[in-house]
Write a protein that binds this ligand. Structure first.
Ligand SMILES: Nc1nc2c(ncn2[C@@H]2O[C@H](COP(=O)(O)OP(=O)(O)O)[C@@H](O)[C@H]2O)c(=O)[nH]1
Ligand SMILES: [Mg+2]
Length: 865
């Protein structure tokens, strides 16, 4: 029996029919053949030949199928492959238990309801086919078949799979299509590390199988025809994954996909047809050859998609979009609904529609927002809510030091919406608005007007219809990059690397937690007797404020907007309670500012008390005076809820006000970039695609740009503008003029994240590695492994990358004492080997032992000089 699944499962080809033993000798009385096949199973070298079996098997004209099976089992106990499919069996004959060498058992197309525990003797089984039976609960005995590689249970009535399925550590192929499974929540799929193929189509799953996305060898997933509303987007980053079918579910939206660069190969296909998606996610086309988005609810195609449509993508990708209520860009609906899919390339059509309908697209410079705050203070939910205007689906997220989101930030001329009743907009997705119906065909409609319409909320849409065309001209959107940082204090050290002051800083505070877990009288915090260790929230907020204030150099100013998150938790409480806690938050920041000033003034006074002021004291005096002049603006807090979207409109309004009025911090935010400049920006962003690691030394970076565009006098401006937008990160090496350009800040973040988190290591092992690293700068190879499995792909780049990290991020510097550090930094002879170059190989566990020894001797010589 060949099922749909079999082609992916590489079942051996059908055997030569002359090698079958048929029941009885006449073949007339017994309609159901017993296949005792002699198939060339590649991993089973010593199969018995059928002719040999026939010779030994006592058969008689009268025997039934079951007798035949029994006879075979009794006489050929060394049998390794047995096929008893299509025999109308209600029970398995117990004689099969005798076949303790059995590796393949095909019981498909019978009437089995269970398998008795006595079958546990078949513990060598590798392949078991129970498809097309009447099983309701997976028989317990299956969990004892520890060597199972392939388990096919499709077309039964299974509702429940026990957690004991995790005993099957070698399982690669897991087929449960056409059953009645509603939940698999108890099963942590990340423990079935060998899984390659997971088919659970045609069931009633509401939640995506837990941790499936953490597997490393997945190739083929089919969860079509279920009731899924979401799936972990990281699934798409599994390098081996080739086909994903999630058609016929209830997906309405997909989260952003960060770190596309982790995939080294293209997927073959992603099928999301017959869902409820309302937009095209351009990353799908970047990672898969075929993308099926037909039969969804997509109304408009954004310009972002148009941007990625280069020649290569148009020529080599296949996108299906038929049966979507597309309005924009105007594409002849007939073309989309054409049955003959070979007729025209849909991507080419989209491209030409954009070219015709959106001449002279205006590109404005953008800006960035940094979101910091304690762990679980609602940062990621806020970031998502700002982008999508709807709550984030709560899913297990990968642990990252920083998430980076990029999307257009919309300005609308009518500001009335900020005063609209928030409740009425609650949970209404901004982009799933029912647009005014446009009768087809109607090609002269103003495309820009439509585009804007698709971006605003329903209430606004109602308003917009009565707004004159003139007001549309002041509508615009500018690119926004959000850096959403991890709240754990252990990462704060690295947060600093990414931050500068040309940005809006949002600090999230979980309103309820802050209320309950800080002293009732917040002034206590700044008294001398205050024990900060018992108030982690306060401690972390002060740490964050310090990190931010230390970064104020360029602009001499910083603008911080505290966000009181989860304000919905106060919906049922009195208004006074809410006002009180918001006051408390505001007071905390006011007191902090005051405290900071007082401390600086105090330091200055201390210095002034000295009778004579030495040069070092005078330096300190200068520093403190400079600190006094820094403009630290902490605004009064904005209360929001990412769950109900209350406060989000007000927040949007505040963001608009700040970026337009704070011209020292956002000097060029609103400027329209000249075409060549905009093109250069795009080129710089795409440079990383062709590099083995996405960073460049400053000199190489400038050469790339100048060779392509000239513009040598503009390089600095262009670079600053890209930094201000958060698209690239430029770091200096201390004590030198060297600069490095990280073209993908997210890559750097992920690199640091994978150095410091430990999915696959036990906590104690991880802690010992961590200690080793922190004390001696020695990275254990397991930690390094986690780097290149995801990020480096080629080992030979590791040394180079590690070097860069040491020099520019000061990673692993702590192990050098100050004297050594000074000596190396001040070294007159520029050719002298720099300390990072020689300490790295010494600590690098990758080079061979001899090299290590030599380096060690060298190192000792140097350090005793
Ligand atoms: N009730 C409520 N819960 C929220 C809100 N925002 C976030 N949460 C929940 O708080 C938890 C932490 O949110 P998350 O955004 O991941 O916090 P992060 O660690 O700061 O990024 C999650 O379980 C969210 O569902 C909100 O506005 N209201
Ligand atoms: Mg987060």
């Amino acid at each position: 029996m060949i099922t749909n699944n079999d082609d992916v499962l590489t079942l051996p080809s059908l055997p030569d029919s002359t090698l079958f033993i048929r029941v009885g000798t006449s073949g007339v009385r017994h309609l159901f053949p017993i296949h005792l096949t002699d198939i060339d199973y590649s991993d089973d070298l010593f199969c018995r030949s059928i002719s040999y079996l026939r010779f030994h098997t006592p058969t008689s004209k009268q025997c039934t199928n079951i007798e035949m099976i029994r006879n075979i089992c009794l006489s050929v106990q060394t049998l390794e492959h047995l096929d008893i499919s299509e025999n109308e069996l209600e029970d398995l004959p117990t004689e099969i238990c005798l076949l303790i060498h059995l590796r393949t058992l095909n019981c498909s197309h019978n009437k089995l309801t269970t398998i008795s525990n006595s079958f546990e003797k078949l513990n060598q089984l590798k392949r078991l086919d129970l498809s097309f039976n009447n099983i309701k609960r997976l028989p317990i005995v299956i969990y004892t078949f520890k060597h199972l590689i392939r388990l096919n249970c499709e077309h039964n009535s299974i509702k429940i799979i026990d957690i004991d399925i995790l005993n099957l550590k070698y399982l690669k192929i897991f087929i449960f299509d056409h059953n009645h499974i509603q939940t698999l929540d108890t099963i942590d799929f990340s423990q079935m590390k060998k899984l390659e193929c997971v088919h659970i189509a045609h069931n009633q799953l509401i939640k995506f199988p837990r941790n499936l996305h953490k597997l490393n060898y997945l190739k083929n997933i089919n969860l079509s025809h279920n009731c899924l509303t979401s799936f972990p987007i990281e699934l798409l980053l599994i390098n081996t994954l080739d086909e994903l079918n999630l058609s016929y579910n209830f997906l309405t939206q997909l989260p952003p996909l960060l770190g596309i660069y982790k995939r080294t190969s293209l997927m073959f296909s992603i099928d999301l047809s017959f869902n409820q998606l309302i937009k095209i996610y351009d990353y799908l086309l970047l990672i898969s050859l075929k993308v099926d988005l037909s039969n969804n609810k997509i109304q408009s195609i954004s310009n972002d998609l148009n941007r990625i449509l280069n020649y290569d993508i148009i020529a080599n990708r296949e996108l299906k979009l038929n049966n979507n209520p597309l309005i924009q860009p105007i594409i002849l609906s007939e073309i989309l609904h054409e049955e003959n899919k070979n007729s025209r390339n849909i991507l080419e059509i989209i491209r030409s529609c954009f070219e015709e309908q959106q001449i002279n697209e205006i590109v404005r410079q953008g800006f960035k927002i940094y979101i910091t705050g304690c762990k679980k203070s609602g940062k990621s939910s806020l970031a998502y809510c700002l982008e999508e205007y709807r709550p984030l689906i709560d899913d297990e997220k990968e642990e990252r030091i920083v998430n980076i989101l990029q999307f257009p930030f919309h300005f609308e001329i009518n500001n009335d919406h900020s005063t609209l009743d928030n409740k009425s907009q609650t949970r209404l997705p901004r982009k799933s608005v029912d647009l005014p119906r446009i009768e087809q065909p109607q090609f002269d409609i103003d495309i820009r007007k439509q585009k804007r319409l698709s971006m605003i909320s329903p209430k606004q849409a109602a308003l917009v219809t009565s707004i004159s065309p003139l007001s549309f001209d002041s509508n615009k959107s500018i690119p926004l990059t959000i850096y959403d940082f991890n709240g754990s204090p252990e990462y704060y050290e690295y947060v600093s690397t990414f931050i500068d002051t040309n940005a809006l800083h949002l600090i999230c505070i979980h309103t309820f937690d802050f209320d309950k877990k800080t002293p009732r009288n917040i002034e206590e915090i700044f008294s001398e007797t205050f024990d900060i260790t018992s108030y982690p929230i306060i401690k972390q907020l002060l740490q964050i404020l310090q990190i931010l204030c230390e970064k104020i150099i360029k602009t001499n100013a910083i603008i911080i907007l505290p966000i009181a998150t989860c304000i919905d938790l106060y919906d049922k409480q009195s208004k006074e309670d809410k006002i009180q806690v918001l006051d408390k938050i505001n007071k905390f920041f006011q007191l902090y500012l005051q405290f900071r000033i007082n401390r600086i003034k105090h330091e200055i006074e201390q210095i002034n008390c000295h009778q004579t002021i030495s040069s070092s004291l005078s330096d300190r005096l200068k520093t403190y005076t400079a600190l006094l002049n820094i403009n630290v603006q902490i605004k009064s807090c904005q209360a929001i809820s990412s769950l109900t979207c209350q406060g989000i409109n007000e927040l949007n309004q505040k963001i608009k006000d700040y970026i337009l009025t704070e011209s020292t911090i956002f000097p060029h935010i609103n400027r329209i970039l000249p075409t060549l400049w905009a093109e250069t920006n795009r080129y710089i962003e795409s440079l990383a695609d062709d590099l083995p690691v996405p960073f460049l030394q400053w000199e190489n970076y400038t050469t790339h740009i100048i060779n392509k565009y000239g513009l040598s006098d503009l390089i600095n401006d262009i670079t600053i503008s890209l930094c201000d937008q958060g698209k690239i990160l430029v770091l200096n090496e201390i004590g030198t003029k060297n600069r490095i350009v990280f073209l993908r800040p997210l890559w750097l973040g992920d690199l640091l994240s994978s150095l410091f988190h430990h999915d696959n290591l036990s906590e104690s092992t991880y802690q010992s590695y961590r200690k080793e690293y922190q004390q001696y700068g020695r990275l254990h190879s397991d930690l390094i492994h986690s780097l290149w499995i995801n990020l480096l792909h080629k080992k030979e780049y590791f040394y180079h990358v590690w070097n860069i990290l040491m020099r520019f991020l000061l990673i692993a510097y702590p192990k050098i004492n100050k004297k050594q550090l000074k000596k190396f930094l001040n070294s007159e002879d520029k050719n002298e080997i720099k300390f990072d170059y020689f300490i790295v190989p010494y600590y690098l566990p990758l080079i061979n032992l001899n090299e290590q020894k030599e380096e060690k001797i060298d190192f000792l010589k140097q350090s005793t000089k």
